[in-house]
Design a protein around this ligand. Structure first.
Ligand code: 13P
Length: 283
């Protein structure tokens, strides 16, 4: 399996920056709509899906996936599938094991059969275990975190039919107060239990050598969000001048800063020059 970088966006301008960065490195990219971004655009999944389709048409050389991140509402997820997301995450990690299986299976069955791109046109990510931290609409206190139990992984994947599994191995959403202690022993044990794509959440602030080790040990998707928000906003702030009235001259530097960050991530994750393997592009 090959690694694909996945980046959260909170505005449409950032989406453009993400694709521009991937394009510069001839890399596939997964654009991740967090629930906060969906809310910000009046819950219009169509607006987000059609923007991603527009980007895919404008940049046909960039394999683009559109992912709905950390969704919990089953009806909303089904709507995302129907309007053209290529990947959806059902996050039932706060539920019991059985309820997590029930909801994840319902979404996998639906997504594999109702995508406008055909059978298996939309892939499904679920989460087993629970990461601590705060990111957009996801909030889990340190006391609530739970590592993924490798002994449950095979059964979970078999019974749900999901394509990708988010695992809790020591990373957290948001900024770290201290360097994360990644449980590579757990990753090794989990990798032995299943062939599905494994997903590392909480990418912001993970040291480079830990990323490299995770990838070498079989991590297929790495999610980065929080740090990109700051990069975009810092870019915008740097361009704000009292006499500047052209929004493009204020927002544009934010988008360029995001694109530059994606280029650096593509090099770090060794995605440069790669075509997608794990997930599908929109076209
Ligand atoms: P960070 O915001 O910590 O980078 O995590 C992103 C993430 O895991 C989104 O699902």
């Amino acid at each position: 399996m090959q690694l694909v970088c996945a980046f959260n966006f909170s505005t449409l301008e950032e989406m453009v920056g993400l694709v521009e960065g991937a394009r510069a490195k001839n890399s596939p990219v997964i654009l991740m709509a967090s629930l906060g971004a969906v809310k910000y655009y009046n819950n219009s999944l169509e607006l987000i899906a059609n923007t991603a389709k527009g980007l895919a048409m404008a940049y046909p050389d960039v394999p683009i996936c559109l992912h709905l991140d950390h969704a919990t509402d089953l009806e909303q997820i089904k709507q995302a599938v129907v309007c053209g997301f290529t990947n959806v995450m059902i996050d039932a990690s706060k539920e019991s094991f059985e309820e997590n299986i029930r909801r994840s299976k319902e979404i996998a069955d639906f997504a594999h059969n109702h995508s406008p791109y055909g059978i298996n046109g939309c892939s499904v990510e679920a989460e087993l275990g629970m990461l601590a931290g705060h990111e957009d609409e996801v909030h889990v206190e340190e006391s609530g975190k739970a590592y993924t139990d490798p002994s449950l992984v095979h059964e979970f994947v078999e019974r749900t039919g999901v394509d990708a599994l988010a695992v809790s191995i020591g990373t957290a959403h948001g900024y770290y107060k201290a360097a994360p202690k990644i449980r590579f022993d757990l990753l090794e044990a989990i990798r032995k239990e299943t062939d599905v794509a494994l997903v590392l959440h909480g990418g912001t602030g993970v040291p480079e050598e830990d990323f490299r080790k995770c990838v070498a040990m079989g991590m297929s998707k790495i999610n980065v969000g929080t740090g990109l928000k700051k990069i975009f906003t810092d870019g915008v702030k740097s361009a704000i001048k009292p006499e500047e009235n052209d929004p493009r001259k204020v927002v544009g530097p934010g988008r360029q800063a995001v694109a530059a960050a994606i280029e650096a991530n593509c090099d770090l994750f060794n995605c440069t020059g790669k075509t997608p393997y794990v997930l599908k592009s929109i076209y």
